[in-house]
Design a protein around this ligand. Structure first.
Ligand code: HEM
Length: 545
């Protein structure tokens, strides 16, 4: 069996054939070769290494400084891809073009290993059908109903950290990212007592040995720091029929792919049992308001040709579990990191939380509601600023399904010296939409775009950015037909976590300085320079208040 990470002669021969084919394609259709961009040092790898291995922020700054907001870069085997930070072009691709810019087909077999052929994988008619059935579970009222679950799981974490610190003179170094990933996994799994994502308590915070929980732990790191062999394999894979790639992924002995297969087995076994249980509960009028029950209800009342089969429902569950947990956890972790770096901001946030707590007490209640969250401008400013400066999905890969012309907000000067305001692009071009570059563009967000400053959201500067995205001109949840379905849920969970954690604990940078990297996996995760092999790490000095 072909080893995914190995470089061997067969791979190089295939690579050479692919290179010839690339040259043929390049000179026989619309070309982007006149778009400015860095020269590639190697044909085999192109700029894949920089794009995937450099920290988030490094490549983006280099590209924007030297070439502007639209850059031609080389992927493996000489493939031209277009890197885009221009907001008008991004808006055109995400908002205005419907399904004309799907995910790159060459990536789909691997993506199917991660999420099955669920909502995130699907495009076109299949996607429209899935989204229609799923949407009723993700409205504003539904997101609000999750608050007790989110409060419960994050309180469990705060209690656990409090107990740990009580044994250590009230202060200690804690890898907050690890605890938060457990919280968000529990949030998805928890809920025998209330409205919840799925009726299951993973016990992740309490460190149970649940096999489903274990199969999710650090799953996204499977995609961290690909070896040169794997980068070339990715380049070659766009010439390989998807069914061959799927076959390969089903049979390869690569430990990473085996982990994905194990996760799929765990989720399928678990979800299949749950569907029957939930369906019976709905028939008996005892249906709950968790995502699966809402999905089953919406499905039951859909027209026959729109209904999802069970083998289409389970992939949605796997997709949601994957898409929901690490993204939210890592966003909260970056938020705590910024608060640790900015003690004044943390103190101001804590004061607002305490003030709101007093109001809640005065009205005779004990728990925050989502209305309380809405009435906390500074907390929301901290959350928005975290989402802006730390978009955990930093790039969105797309593919042009047909020839098109991209409108540009800023004209570009081509290598041959022409100034163009729109860019013709060929069918079959891969594009990387840079969310990070858009959200740190000083022309849109001001000279201090790289500075963490929640006040920008409270002043006139909150009108910054382009009119884009589902939330506050941010692209953190993407935009258009394929935007994040869970964004409202994510916001409530971030708010609940900030309130609970900042009101019980203090977060500071460790006394010994650490170089925290914005490391690219599927999400941009924190890792400590020199200790990357230890996985996702965000060590903070945490103290009891
Ligand atoms: C801070 C947390 C989150 C962030 C930053 C985030 C970000 C994103 C982004 C950028 C996309 C588009 C990806 C692409 O097109 O390549 C996406 C899609 C998606 N997200 Fe989220 N997400 C978050 C939380 C959640 C949650 C909590 C859920 C579910 C409960 C969720 C479910 C999904 C699903 C199902 C998709 C695919 C949507 C589609 O293709 O139509 N996400 N998310």
């Amino acid at each position: 069996m072909l080893d995914l990470v190995g470089e061997n002669y067969a791979l190089l021969s295939v690579a050479a054939a692919c290179g010839l084919y690339t040259l043929y394609r390049k000179y026989s259709r619309i070309s982007i070769s006149d778009v400015p961009g860095p020269e590639s040092k190697t044909f085999l790898l192109g700029h894949s290494k920089e794009l995937l291995l450099d920290d988030c922020g490094t490549t983006e700054a280099k590209f924007r400084q030297r070439y502007g907001d639209v850059v031609r870069v080389k992927a493996a085997l000489g493939e031209d891809i277009l890197w885009i930070a221009d907001h008008k072009a991004i808006k055109h691709i995400l908002h205005k073009s419907g399904y004309d810019y799907p995910k790159p087909p060459g990536d789909k077999p691997l993506r199917a290993m991660v999420t099955d052929q669920g909502l995130a994988w699907a495009d076109g008619e299949m996607h429209r059908r899935y989204k229609k059935i799923l949407l009723p579970a993700f409205g504003i009222p539904e997101a609000k109903e999750f608050l007790p679950v989110f409060t419960h799981v994050v309180t469990r974490l705060a209690d656990r950290w409090t107990n740990e610190l009580a044994e250590k003179d009230s202060t200690g170094i804690i890898n907050v990212a690890d605890g938060l990933m457990r919280v968000t996994l529990d949030a998805i799994g928890f809920g025998t007592w209330s409205s919840s994502a799925f009726d299951h308590d993973f016990g992740a915070v309490t460190e149970s040995e649940d096999p489903l929980m274990k199969s999710y732990t650090h799953l996204m790191t499977v995609f961290a720091a690909p070896s040169p062999g794997r980068l070339i394999f990715r380049g070659v894979s766009r010439f390989v029929p998807p069914s061959w790639l799927s076959f390969l992924y089903e049979h390869t002995s690569s430990p990473d792919i085996q982990r994905l297969r194990d996760n799929r087995h765990q989720v399928h076994t678990f979800a299949a049992g749950l569907i029957e249980f939930k369906r019976k509960a709905i028939e008996q009028g005892k249906g709950q308001r968790d995502i699966m029950s809402l999905l089953l209800k919406a499905n039951a009342s859909a027209k026959d040709d729109a209904k999802l089969r069970d083998d289409e429902i389970i992939p949605q569950m796997r997709t949601i579990m994957f898409a929901a947990h690490e993204t939210t956890a890592i966003t909260i972790a970056w938020g705590l990191y910024e608060l640790a770096k900015h003690p004044d901001t943390q103190a101001r946030l804590r004061e607002e939380i305490m003030e709101t707590r007093r109001k809640i007490k005065a009205r005779g209640e004990t728990e925050f509601t989502t209305n309380d969250f809405d009435a906390m401008p500074y907390m929301n400013a901290v959350m928005k600023e975290t989402l802006r400066l730390h978009p955990v999905v930093a790039d969105i890969p797309r593919y042009s399904a047909k020839d098109d012309v991209l409108p540009l907000a800023n004209p570009i000067t081509t290598r041959s010296g022409k100034v163009i305001h729109e860019l013709p692009i060929p069918q079959g071009l891969r594009l990387t939409l840079s969310i990070y570059a858009y959200q740190t563009n000083e022309n849109l967000w001001g000279e201090d775009a790289l500075v963490f400053d929640p006040d920008r959201w409270l002043e006139e500067r909150d009108k910054a950015g382009a009119l884009i995205g589902v939330y506050s001109n941010l692209l953190s949840f993407s935009a258009g037909v394929k935007n994040c379905i869970g964004w409202r849920l994510a916001l409530v969970q971030i708010q609940a976590s900030l309130v609970q954690l900042v009101s019980t604990l203090n977060f500071a940078l460790p006394d010994e300085p650490q170089d925290v990297r914005m490391f690219r996996t599927v999400t941009v995760v924190p890792k400590v320079a020199g200790r990357e092999h230890e996985g996702i790490q965000l060590p903070l000095k945490v103290s009891l208040l």
